[in-house]
Design a protein around this ligand. Sequence first.
Ligand SMILES: Cc1ncc(COP(=O)(O)O)c(C=O)c1O
Length: 417
Amino acid sequence: MAVSAPTLSPAFPIGSRINERGVLEIGGCDALELAREFGTPAYVVAEDDLRARARRMLDAYRACAADVDLLFASKAFPCTAVLRVFAEEGLGCDVASGGELALALAAGVDPGRIYVHGNAKSVAELRAAVDAGVHCIVVDNAGEIDRLEAIVTGTQRVMIRVTPDVRGETHAAISTGQADSKFGFSMEEAPAAIARLRASDRLELVGVHYHVGSQLLSTLPFERAAAAVAQLGDFPVVDVGGGLGVAYTDEEPPSFEDYARAKVEAVERHLGPGKRIVAEPGRALVANSTVTLYTVESVKRNVSLWVGVDGGMSDNLRPMLYGARYEAHVVDRFGGTTRCHVTGKHCESGDVIVRDALLDDPRVGDVIVTPATGAYGHALANNYNGVPRPPVVFAKDGDARVVVRRETYEDLLARDV
Ligand SMILES: Cc1ncc(COP(=O)(O)O)c(C=O)c1O
């Protein structure tokens, strides 16, 4: 009797499967062959997944709003190849630093589709944005208005970011909408800033922005945020931020359609109909497009069974930052009952990628996969312990290509003088 292949969870990229040899396939590429060809650790991105999610998010917004500008929040996966895919699919992008602006411009994103964020923008960053001709700068604080007034010679479109006193129902580190927040103007200070921007002959205030938090699994905060922001007056453009959560393990996020509808309906109810809606999802467009492949370098029992792999907190900081949870599997032996901790190679006991994973008798040399590493993985990667950052590999229709090469030891030395 034929044994049916294990079903992959929604954490995996669209189109992933277990092939006839019993091996995980991403974008039509066998994970063992990818590991052999590109080495490990490696981020493997299913390009079609990126495109499918971008199209679905665009459709979701267009179904409920007549005038939409959909942006990719580039912080989630700051990589020119990813930015290029989204630009091809008709998305603009938001950037939150001079570096992200440079990446977006290098990727060929039309400056007229770039929005600039940041709670501590430097004069140099503001000048670079103005010089590049970005569509809009999202003003965060009163000092930034002074700086912009001094830099801008013609006119610059701006929005005002407010913190609506609505806590995102998420980890404290990624809730941004509460009153005591480092992001945006408080509800008390916003009216004076709005009056000042409306009086400016250099800064053209077009809209209001709020972003209550990230990895949100409920749409309720959007209703409360729109209601709060409506107290500040009428704006032709409303930027509803990002924030939609994704499935890392057993989370059940709202669908793109429900999420877009909830945001747009909240705007219509509280701020009025006919607004231009700007939305800037990051995580929801990229998290599940990508898996990380690792090789097991050690297996030992010290009370628990510790399975040591060749990456860790240098390529995925989220478990350490937020206690984020992931799945793990041996790529050619899915399923299993051996309880173990999949741990990184770094010199911190907290460097554990997946606690209490259930693997099939893990051994040295096995290739392990953790799905849903596309958002804030490459973005937060670092060189702790002098570990070079992994490559980003695009997989599509059975072909794979490197879009960001693996870092080398020479790269690690490149800045030392
Ligand atoms: C202003 C702003 N917009 C968009 C995003 C993207 O959020 P997410 O990745 O949760 O969609 C963030 C994330 O922190 C943000 O700060």
